[in-house]
Structures are given as structure tokens and as C-alpha cells.
Design a protein around this ligand. Structure first.
Ligand SMILES: [Zn+2]
Length: 107
């Protein structure tokens, strides 16, 4: 069949476990402290969330949980558990993965 496009996956930088699809990126313009680039994903796989905590980020205080690779346990980013400010509500239940902690898998 012509025109079949396989999903482009990002994997954990450490063990290459697939963690997110390129098509699930909501925003590419996130910053993860110290000017590190990060992507916001609507959906991620093979990650485990740590304890929830209120954390002050650039955009205000949000309830977040660090997310770890389910295989090797490395921290890859964080998940927005609860967003208090209306302007940032769209981030709720979405996950930020730090760009240098994910790698393109075969694409
Ligand atoms: Zn890993």
C-alpha cells in the first residue's frame, strides 16, 4: 500500500524505550529551566509519574509530577496534574518532555 506513514516515536535518551509520538506534540516552545527546550505532549506512554507537588514554574504555580521512564527510571520531564490559572488550563493532564532527554527513534 502506498502512502502509509509510520508513527514517528521519541524514545528515552538512556534506554530508547518509546515514550511519545511526534504527532502528539501540542507545543514545541516550552522551556525547562536553564533555557533548555522542551515539548508539550498530549499523550505519552511508558512513563511513570512521581508524587504530585505544587511547583513554581515560569508561568506560575502548578501542581506537577515528575515523569520517569518506566524501564530505566530516568526523569524525562513532568506532567501537569492541576493548573490553577485559566490561561494555562490547556496544559492540564499533558506532559512536558525535555528535548535533550528524548531521542528520535529511526526517523
Ligand atoms: Zn529509559
Amino acid at each position: 500500500m502506498a502512502g502509509v506513514i509510520l508513527p514517528r516515536f521519541y524514545g528515552c535518551y538512556n534506554c530508547r524505550k518509546p515514550v511519545a509520538r511526534h504527532d502528539d506534540i501540542v507545543s514545541k516552545y516550552f522551556v525547562a529551566g536553564h533555557r533548555k527546550r522542551a515539548f508539550l505532549f498530549s499523550h505519552v506512554v511508558n512513563v511513570v509519574a512521581g508524587p504530585k507537588e505544587d511547583r513554581r514554574l515560569i508561568t506560575g504555580v502548578h501542581m506537577v509530577a515528575d515523569v520517569h521512564c518506566s524501564d530505566c527510571g530516568k526523569v524525562l520531564g513532568w506532567r501537569y496534574e492541576k493548573v490553577y490559572e485559566e490561561a494555562h488550563k490547556y496544559k492540564e493532564d499533558k506532559t512536558v518532555l525535555v528535548k535533550y532527554k528524548i531521542v528520535k527513534l529511526d526517523w
